[in-house]
Design a protein around this ligand. Structure first.
Ligand SMILES: [Zn+2]
Ligand SMILES: [Zn+2]
Length: 258
């Protein structure tokens, strides 16, 4: 299972950086977690549109703006007979006008599906589950399990959802956690986003193996986030655009040794 980082900044992107997006591939199955502004520029065409499931964690612009490019691209490549299956687009049921806006796009070769806390998806060997976070619109953390490995993406959340997310992420191999804020920004402890220290508290409580920070302010030095998080949780990195993280599936290794 391979993770490619497509975007790590919010609410806007700047040269070399995009709004949130994480592309996960396992064999011929592909999952795109969020498709913020600029993320589609780091995909490979038409291959990455084959067997693609786009999962939008919540309908804030920084997390879904590029869905329209993916929809349009899917139609163009389909018309050229270069992709066989429509792309699958999963998203929350609300805000309804944003759902309708996406579903109403006429130039698309796509199928639409709703997600909620009970949704369970099986995409090739990957099982996908959801956990509601605390954020101004309906938002889900997303877990991808493959064999004995798991990746959890928090999406956006207030620290008030800490226990729920920590349980959901229990023992994960990698926790991709938003850390929009720093303690020095001076926001109150309960906000609609996390500080790097709060992200690290969740990682510690969840006993994850590694913490990967994302959702940075465009004008901040990312080292400030890792420095703040490291005071609480040691194994932490700041994600960056284009970075590839290989999550080896132990079962397959064992099989290949046999
Ligand atoms: Zn948001
Ligand atoms: Zn966001």
């Amino acid at each position: 299972m391979k993770l490619k980082v497509l975007g790590t900044q919010s609410p806007v992107c700047k040269e070399g950086h995009n709004c949130p997006g994480f592309f996960i591939q396992d064999g011929n199955n592909r999952i795109l977690l969020d498709c913020g502004s600029g993320t589609h520029s780091l995909l490979t065409y038409p291959n990455d549109l084959q067997n693609l499931s786009v999962i939008i964690s919540h309908l804030h612009r920084d997390h879904y703006n590029d869905v329209f490019n993916l929809q349009y691209g899917s139609l163009v490549f389909h018309n050229q007979k270069r992709i066989e299956r429509p792309i699958d687009i999963y998203m929350p049921k609300t805000p309804i006008e944003r759902v309708d806006d996406i579903k109403g796009e006429p130039d698309a070769y796509a199928k639409y599906h709703s997600i909620d806390e009970d949704t369970k998806l099986t995409i090739g060997n990957m099982n996908v589950t959801f956990c509601k976070t605390d954020h101004p619109v309906e938002t889900y953390a997303i877990k991808i399990q493959n064999g004995n490995r798991s990746i959890v993406y928090t999406s956006d959340t207030s620290y008030s959802a800490k226990n729920r997310i920590a349980n959901f992420a229990k023992d994960a191999d990698l926790l991709i956690c938003e850390s929009s804020l720093l303690k020095e920004h001076g926001f109150p402890e309960i906000n609609s986003h996390l500080t790097a220290a709060q992200a690290a508290q969740i990682a510690k409580q969840a006993n994850v193996k590694g913490l990967a920070l994302t959702h940075f302010w465009p004008e901040e030095d990312v080292r400030k986030y890792t420095d703040e998080a490291k005071e609480v949780f040691k194994n932490v990195i700041a994600l960056k655009e284009g970075q590839i993280i290989d999550i080896e599936i132990a079962k397959k290794e064992e099989r290949s040794k046999e």
